[in-house]
Design a binder for this molecule. Structure first.
Ligand SMILES: Nc1ncnc2c1ncn2[C@@H]1O[C@H](COP(=O)(O)OP(=O)(O)OP(=O)(O)O)[C@@H](O)[C@H]1O
Ligand SMILES: [Mg+2]
Length: 435
């Protein structure tokens, strides 16, 4: 490991470490090998990852491979793994392989795939939380705030009543009940069990105008979810994804969110899921000693929701849930200032080959060191006639180094358990078939 204050040199050609040097020590991820000292670069579990891990790098620089290496080391130490893959199928095979290699549970949510889990976002959380999850999935312009508030109130009432009646709450059921002509009937049935809610619902059903429009609007939106790419997942009555349980056990859970495929549907699913994850993280806060867990979110920028991602990082950090997030580029400070700050303030910042602006930003975070600058003045004949030396501040890691890293190489800044800076070559995960 290179101590802060010494610029990492470009890696010199040398022999790879001995084979057993690539194994993850218990309680650590063996991420890579220091390009200067040739010593392994290990990350402690969970302390080294709970203040989130940022993976930054241009396309093809090695982000997904590094995410897989981190996941592999975590799973080897018994950490539960949840992978949200916004790029496509990049990590799907890896997730399956990691579970098979350890003989642990493997679950996946992949639209249309045989054996996929179903997912019911209405299953967990208070009635207000369920309403918030569903309503927040949709954008409401400033003029739409009144619809948003009405939808929140109505869905919260419906969830409370259906639960009171002991009936399953699903997106499909809520969509059906968001109908003024059905509301009096439901209110009547629930009168004895949840009298206050029944009165409120009966009152809502008598409102016209904006309220009626809000019901229609929310019905249409829930319909869009049911008829979109994830409709089969929401409607499934087979085994269901339980995020809190996935984070509390040593298994591997993979969720496909290929944002580029059907972007609108995926964006809706992503928002519902991220809300749910925030709630699952919050639940962990109430457990005295939650099981260590890692969340890998590859290519989060595809989800196009910087505020939510930033909230999720904050919530995950509080709940000691190790979030690993990757992106090709830091977000624009004008539109996503908070997320940009959070990404640069990671507990472990891993910069693969990056462009000019990101290289400067990472170099600034790593900081400067005092160096000396020697200036020589030459005579007309080319003879040195004067030599001056002065102290200058310069980047501890030159941004140009980050722009020229080879695939799989990275500049790493770790802050957990003592600050360290290194240039490393990330070790490849074990190839398929060789657990
Ligand atoms: N540490 C590594 N050692 C050797 N090869 C690597 C390493 N990391 C990545 N590669 C190779 O480089 C290629 C690109 O890697 P990877 O898919 O991880 O990059 P990426 O940054 O996720 O790219 P994209 O932006 O396209 O998703 C792959 O063929 C991979 O096998
Ligand atoms: Mg990738």
């Amino acid at each position: 490991m290179t101590p802060l204050g010494r610029s990492p040199r470009p890696s010199a050609p040398s022999s790879p470490p001995a084979p057993d040097a690539t194994l993850h020590p218990a309680g650590f991820v063996r991420l890579g090998v220091d390009s200067v000292s040739r010593r392994p670069f290990d990350v402690a579990l969970p302390d080294g990852i709970v203040q989130h891990v940022t993976l930054l790098g241009l396309t093809g620089s090695g982000k997904t491979t590094t995410a897989e290496r981190l996941a592999e080391g975590a799973v080897a130490s018994g950490v539960g793994l949840l992978v949200i893959d916004a790029k496509g199928a990049g990590l799907r095979a890896a997730a399956r392989r990691l579970a098979a290699a350890r003989g642990i549970d493997h679950r996946e949510v992949v639209p249309g795939a045989p054996g996929t889990l179903g997912y019911n976002p209405c299953a967990v959380g208070s009635r207000a939380q369920v309403a918030d999850k569903l309503v927040s999935a949709f954008t409401h312009g400033p003029a739409g705030q009144v619809y948003r508030v009405i939808a929140l109130e109505t869905i919260s009432i419906l969830v409370g009543m259906l639960r009171g009646l002991g009936e399953p709450v699903t997106i499909r059921r809520l969509r059906r009940e968001l109908d003024r002509t059905r509301m009096p009937g439901l209110a009547h049935r629930a009168r004895d069990l949840t009298p206050d809610l029944a009165d409120d619902l009966a009152e809502l059903s008598r409102r016209g105008g904006v309220s009626a429009d809000a019901f229609e609007g929310m019905r249409a939106r829930l319909g869009a979810l049911l008829h979109g790419e994830y409709g089969g997942i929401f409607d499934s009555d087979g085994p269901q994804l339980d995020l809190a349980a996935a984070l509390a056990s040593p298994g591997v859970t993979y969720i496909s969110l290929p944002a580029l495929a059907v972007s609108q549907d995926t964006a809706l699913m992503a928002r519902v899921l991220i809300q749910d994850l925030k709630q699952a993280a919050f639940l962990r806060l109430q457990q005295p000693d939650p099981a260590p867990a890692m969340l890998v979110l590859d290519e989060f920028a595809a989800l196009d929701d910087p505020e939510q991602i930033n909230d999720l990082l904050r919530q995950a950090r509080e709940a000691r849930l190790g979030a690993v997030v990757s992106t090709q580029q830091l977000p624009d400070p004008r539109t996503a200032h908070a997320l940009r700050g959070a990404l640069l303030g990671a507990g472990l910042l891993i910069a693969h080959r990056v462009g000019h602006d990101d290289a400067e930003a990472v170099a600034r975070v790593i900081g400067t060191e005092r160096g000396v600058q020697v200036t020589r003045t030459l005579s007309d004949a080319g003879e040195p006639v004067r030599r001056s030396v002065r102290a200058v501040d310069r980047y501890a890691v030159d941004p140009n180094v980050m722009k020229r890293l080879a695939t799989g190489e990275a500049v790493v800044l770790g802050v957990a358990g003592g600050r360290r800076v290194a240039t490393i070559r990330v070790l490849r995960p074990e190839p398929a078939g060789e657990p």
